[in-house]
Write a protein that binds this ligand. Structure first.
Ligand SMILES: N[C@@H](CCC(=O)N[C@@H](CS)C(=O)NCC(=O)O)C(=O)O
Length: 222
């Protein structure tokens, strides 16, 4: 297989890359790496010790790229169809902004504030700290969802009239929100809730979500 993704399927950043690969109908191998106890040689290809890393075996070594944003940009340039980034400069800038917002604000809120507590801690046979989850849901999530509700508005997609990296990145972070047994409150954020449901119904997302759900369910129930 020419393309190898190193990482774990429940990482939102790994999923972001997998959704891009699926949307572009590219075959790849997912080579499991636990970023919290990576094999020593992993540090050579990921000096920040993070997943994902992509290897393109079509190329001579060094043929690896760390970081989901770098990887998705590379895939877009090497496999331009279907385009997942707008070509018009300002629209492209907007898409990159939503990608950045999701990679930082959403990831840093949902990751440690919910997903780590309710899923990863269970895997480590520890009890979730529900006080952390409650404060995340009460204090940290609402301003983010208020912002996204306004940005989605009555649009089908975040930027222009096609599915882009903006939708992929916001969508993947919200999968982890759902893995942590939460969904955006449709009474308070109706546009965001409907938008996320639509994005998660795309086959590129459902393939990942269906693969991950049994594992999440096993640990959430433990
Ligand atoms: N900016 C990176 C972030 C990747 C990231 O934070 N991955 C997490 C897993 S979801 C990780 O590897 N964490 C391990 C660590 O930070 O030590 C990207 O977009 O790929």
């Amino acid at each position: 297989m020419a393309l190898i993704v190193y990482g774990a399927n429940m990482s939102p950043f790994v999923r972001k890359v997998r959704v891009v690969l699926a949307e572009k109908s590219l075959d790849y191998e997912l080579d499991p790496v636990n970023p919290f106890s990576p094999p020593p040689e992993f540090l050579k290809i990921s000096p920040l010790k993070r997943i994902p890393v992509l290897r393109d075996t079509d190329l001579p070594e060094p043929n690896t790229l760390p970081d989901s944003s770098v990887i998705c940009d590379y895939l877009e340039h090497k496999y331009p169809e279907p385009a997942l980034y707008p070509s018009e400069p300002f629209a492209r800038g907007r898409a990159l902004w939503y990608e950045e917002y999701a990679d930082t604000s959403l990831a840093q809120t949902i990751g440690p504030g919910l997903f780590f507590e309710r899923v990863i801690k269970r895997m480590l046979r520890q009890q979730p700290d529900e006080a952390i989850c409650a404060s995340t849901l009460t204090d940290k999530i609402p301003p983010i969802f208020d912002y996204l509700e306004g940005e989605v508005g009555d649009r089908e997609f975040l930027v222009g009239d096609t599915f882009t990296i903006a939708d992929i990145t916001v969508g993947t972070m919200l999968v982890n929100f759902e893995h942590a047994a939460e969904t955006p409150d449709a009474g308070r954020w109706p546009k965001l809730a409907a938008y996320i449901k639509r994005i998660h119904e795309r086959p590129s997302f459902t393939t990942c979500i269906e693969e991950e759900r049994p594992l999440v369910a096993r640990f959430r129930a433990a």
